[in-house]
Ligand binder design. Structure first.
Ligand SMILES: O=C(CO)COP(=O)(O)O
Length: 125
């Protein structure tokens, strides 16, 4: 058996429904791994899939994005799935950019939408 991966799950408000739908479609993959979600996103995913091993961090605008960034900096996050809303301004845009920057810097798989997240899962199978 391969080791469990630590996967971050995040979605901006208008993308949360997309992430929940994606999580349902990929539940078998998510169940085999350890998940960390920002507060509201994590709550929505757990509501739909209560069987997941998902730790809820702070809400993104209150530091959750930075918590995930710290995990990446410490080598404790393997994959970031972050459904970004390109059409809405975010009050914590600097945190969003910092998280994406650290995922890029650390060269971990980073999926910003459902199509890419599906390819990441397929690439691991
Ligand atoms: O704001 C977010 C990502 O930038 C997500 O935070 P929530 O999951 O708490 O809404």
């Amino acid at each position: 058996m391969t080791r469990q991966l630590a996967i971050g799950l995040v979605a901006h408000d208008d993308k949360k429904a997309d992430l929940v739908a994606w999580a349902k479609a990929n539940a078998a993959f998510l169940e085999r791994n350890v998940l960390y979600g920002t507060g509201t996103t994590g709550g929505r995913v757990l509501e739909a899939l209560p069987q997941l091993q998902l730790t809820r961090l702070k809400s993104g605008p209150l530091g959750g994005d930075q918590q995930l960034g710290a995990m990446i900096a410490e080598g404790r996050l393997d994959i970031l799935i972050f459904f970004v809303d390109p059409l809405s301004p975010q009050p914590h845009d600097v945190d969003v950019k910092a998280l994406i920057r650290l995922a890029t810097l650390a060269d971990i798989p980073f999926a910003c939408n459902a199509a890419t997240a599906t390819l990441v899962v397929k690439g691991l199978q």
